[in-house]
Every structure is written in structure tokens, then in C-alpha cells.
Design a protein around this ligand. Structure first.
Ligand code: SAM
Length: 277
């Protein structure tokens, strides 16, 4: 498979990439095909069009595809590069989108999300997707490799609030790694494509995310002493010690020592004990 001539295509339209929008466009055809092949489902919502190389592949396999793109200067190029009747562009900032509304109006409720993400807002996009987890069945996302590793970390230095949100709410895996030379321009970091699938039974996403964020605000302190968690649960240290007892976890434990499953147990117990989250 030949590489996509990204620089030449942009030049034909008098365009160049914009670094501040995270515009590292994929040029490696095998990687583009690998992402398209990984995406299941008839209804696809793409985040970020670039020059439409992935968009075109997605249109060929889906019944309907919609792409959200912020950079309207790409419009003349994209209209010609993506001439598919089953597709439309929404010229919007993904972070200002009402995903529930888009999923309902465009797809009747749910879709598969696909995106070679703009890395400067990876966390914000992940939060948006997780908070609206009932809108999608699967997400195939290109992220920085170190972010991918954090999302699936179980313990240790890489373990973050994001590891807990993602593993608490989704099943998932790193599908394949993508080196810098597969993009134009080449980013400084390595990348990886991940798959996320919402768990059938998962905790209430917004509340669970807030709980994990509060706990990780002082990840090295004793969980029971965390002012953020005490504030969120409207309780005090004794209340959090009782919660830890109920979860069979030591009263002296730190947030970073809890597995995602421990977090789910603590969260559910907090709800069952009648605390407000
Ligand atoms: N899908 C293309 C590809 O694989 O070559 C482009 C990927 S590029 C890494 C990220 C794309 O997201 C760019 O087209 C960029 O303009 C777009 N983008 C950046 N910020 C955005 C935002 N807030 N909302 C929607 N799209 C955004």
C-alpha cells in the first residue's frame, strides 16, 4: 500500500497543518486501514477529519458516518476528498458538542466513536466520552503511547485517575503501536491505537469520575484523610475509615494502592451507605 501524500494534497489547496490543533495527519495506509478494520458497527462518529484519509475508509464500511472537525479551513479540501452520500461533517469543537443530541439525531441513539485524537485535548475528549458512555458501543482511538499505557495501568507510577475511570467504566486494550514516521508532520511522541468498550454493568459515570478525581487529588496521602473525598461524600475521617472497613481495605491505605475494582467497591459502598456523591 502506498503512503498518502499528505503534504502534496495540502499544498494543492494552499493549506498547511496547524500545530496548535494537534494536526499530525496519518499518511501510512496500513495504519489507516488497521484503524478502519478495528471499528465495528454501522454508525460511526469520527473525531477530527484531517485531510479525510480515515474518514473515506470509514464511509466505505459504515452505513452512516459523521465527522466532527473544528478547522473549517479544511472544508474545500474535505468536500472533494470525502464525496460520500452517507457522510456529513459537523464543523464544531468536539468539547462543546452535545454528544447525547448528536448520537440521537444522527444515529438514533448509539454509535462507534473513531478518532486519531488531537493530543492536546486527549484527557478532555476521554472525559467527554466516558461521561456520555451510553451514547457509544465502542471507541477506537489513537492516543500517545504513554497515555495508552496509563489508561490500562493497574498500579505503580503510571497509575492515574484516568486509569481508574477507564478501567472502572470500560473494558479495553492497546491494539497496536504507531511510530512517528506514520504521520505528517511526525510527532515527537510514539502513538498507540486503543479499543474501549463500555462495561455492561458500570457505576454512574459522572459520579464515579468525580470520586476517582477526588481520591487522586492526594494520591500519596491516606485515603481516609483526603479532604477532597470527605467533601465529596459529606463525611469525615471516621466516615471514610468506616467505608474502608466495609470494603475490607486498611484504614491507612492510600488512593494509589487501590485497584480500579477497589474503587468501584468503595464507590458502591459509599452510595449504599447513603452518602451523597
Ligand atoms: N483523522 C485525521 C488523520 O488521521 O489524519 C486527522 C487527525 S489529527 C491528529 C486531529 C484532527 O482533529 C485535526 O483535523 C484537527 O483539526 C482536529 N481537531 C483539533 N481540535 C479539535 C476540536 N476541539 N474539535 C474537533 N476537531 C478538532
Amino acid at each position: 500500500m502506498n503512503d498518502i501524500q499528505v503534504a502534496e494534497i495540502l499544498a494543492q489547496y494552499g493549506l498547511a497543518t496547524t500545530k496548535s490543533l494537534g494536526q499530525n495527519f496519518l499518511k501510512d495506509s496500513a495504519v489507516l486501514q488497521g484503524i478502519a478494520d478495528a471499528a465495528e458497527g454501522d454508525c460511526i462518529l469520527e473525531i477530527g477529519a484531517g485531510i479525510g484519509s480515515l474518514t473515506a475508509l470509514l464511509c466505505q464500511k459504515a452505513k452512516k458516518a459523521v465527522t466532527i472537525e473544528i478547522d473549517r479551513s479544511l472544508e474545500p479540501l474535505l468536500i472533494e476528498q470525502v464525496p460520500f452520500e452517507n457522510h456529513r461533517f459537523l464543523w464544531q469543537d468536539i468539547l462543546k458538542c452535545d454528544l447525547q443530541k448528536i448520537a440521537k439525531e444522527e444515529f438514533g441513539g448509539r454509535c462507534t466513536v473513531v478518532g486519531n485524537l488531537p493530543y492536546y485535548i486527549t484527557t478532555e475528549i476521554l472525559l467527554l466520552l466516558l461521561k456520555n458512555i451510553d451514547c457509544w458501543d465502542e471507541a477506537i482511538l489513537m492516543v500517545q503511547q504513554e497515555v495508552a499505557e496509563r489508561l490500562f495501568a493497574q498500579k505503580g507510577k503510571e497509575y492515574r485517575a484516568a486509569s481508574v475511570w477507564v478501567q472502572g467504566l470500560c473494558d479495553g486494550a492497546i491494539l497496536f503501536e504507531v511510530p512517528p514516521h506514520c504521520f505528517h508532520p511526525a510527532p515527537r511522541v510514539r502513538s498507540a491505537v486503543v479499543r474501549l468498550t463500555p462495561q455492561k454493568e458500570h457505576p454512574a459515570p459522572k459520579e464515579f469520575i468525580a470520586f476517582a478525581q477526588a481520591a487522586f487529588a492526594a494520591r500519596r496521602k491516606m485515603f481516609a484523610s483526603s479532604a477532597a473525598v470527605q467533601g465529596l461524600l459529606h463525611t469525615d475521617k471516621a466516615g471514610l475509615c468506616a467505608l474502608l472497613d466495609a470494603a475490607n481495605l486498611p484504614q491507612t491505605a492510600r488512593a494509589e494502592s487501590f485497584s480500579p475494582q477497589d474503587f468501584i467497591r468503595l464507590f458502591q459502598l459509599a452510595q449504599n451507605l447513603g452518602d451523597k456523591i
